[in-house]
Structures are given as structure tokens and as C-alpha cells.
Ligand binder design. Sequence first.
Ligand code: SAH
Length: 224
Amino acid sequence: MSDYRFSAQRGALIEEIRGRGVTDLELLRLFDLVPRHLFLPEGVWNRAYEDAPLPIGYGQTASQPSLQARSLQALSPGSGDRVLEIGTGSGFFTALLSRLSDRVFSVERIRELSLRARKALDGLEIRNVALLVGDGSIGWRKYAPFDVITVAAASPSVPAALVDQLAPGGRLLLPVGTREAQDMLLVTRDSEGELHEEVAIPDCTFVPLLGRYGWSDEEPGGRR
Ligand code: SAH
């Protein structure tokens, strides 16, 4: 593997993420431990350590690293946690989550992306991740409830199915808004089962969540 080639770029990326307000050392170290380029098509390896979203094929993008770091800061996954991720995409965020939690369950609607993510995860000998191809807007009921739920695609509202699958003490982070612009909402369920909602990260742009609780595939402009 040629990871060493990018170590200087990785250092620069970590500085950039720190500059965006992420100070947790364990989180910052993760971006050194998990080589992002291995999750991306070779054609964009030269940009793999820019703090930018990058194309991964099929009209989808790998999210911006600093936004992922801020998301992890908001979700604070812990060693005993069971995590649900909607939108595996490249699998890079899946890998970060797998290093911070007990088990990760990740759903992706595009089979080819899921297969590619599996290869990259296997290459790094990451064994605590289960991948599913399907509509993640309905969650993954078989393994619910989850301590952490993270959605990497924009939704018109908070999918009820995901809230249902949130454990007491659980945290759900997802971009909610229009197709063009969203805020990242953090929904928490306290130990009494009460739900709380706040804007954790304002002003972001994600690809649309397509599915039962997201946008319909057929009407690119419209809401369901
Ligand atoms: N964290 C990923 C982000 C990928 S982009 C990364 O950094 O690579 C979001 C992904 O969500 C896309 O791959 C898209 O295909 C997927 N997606 C959109 N709607 C979905 C749904 N209903 N269920 C599962 N995946 C979905």
C-alpha cells in the first residue's frame, strides 16, 4: 500500500480540521490512521487530502472531511456504541465510525458503492461493520436500537423511522432542509425517552436522501 506517500498532505488536512474548531486529539488522530484516498477512485487521489467533497461516481460525493470531523464531535460515538449510518458512499466515514464505536451498521442504496466500500474496509482489516444495500431512510430495524444514527444525505424532514430506532441516550445527526441547502440537526433521546432537537451545524449541502422518508427519485425538483 502506498499510504506513506500522502502523510504530509494528511498532516495539513488535520491542521485544517483543527482550524475548523475540532480539538479532540483522538478525533484528529483518526484522520491520520484512516487513509482517505483508499476510499476514493484513483482519479481523485491527488485531491484526497483536500478539505473538500469529492466525486465518487454514480452522481454521489464523499463528504468534506472537516464536516465529518464536526459531525463526529457532535455525535461523540463511544467504545460501547452501536452505530447506524445511512449513506455508506465511499465508506470513509464508516471507517472513522468503526474505530470509535463497537459496531457500525451502514446502509447504501447504490450497490456498486457498497461493494467498493466493503473492499476498502476489508483492505484495512476493519471487521466490525455490517453493510446493507437498500433504502436507509427506513433505518435497519433488525439491529435497532442504535446509540448513534448518522445520515449523509439531505432529507426534507426528520424520518420518523430513524427516531423510532434511537436508543435512550442516543444521538441522531442529519441534514434537513431543501434540496439545495440544509442545517445539520441533532436529535437526542434522553434517558427518560424525551426527544430534544437543535441545529448542531448550520448551512451545509448534501446530496438528497432518496427513499420512503426522503425525496422521491422521480421528481428531482419536488418534495413528496
Ligand atoms: N459519508 C459518505 C457520503 C456519501 S454521499 C462519504 O463520505 O463517502 C451520501 C450517500 O447516501 C450516497 O452514496 C447516496 O447514494 C446515499 N443515499 C441516498 N439516499 C439513500 C437512502 N435512502 N438509503 C441509503 N443510502 C442513500
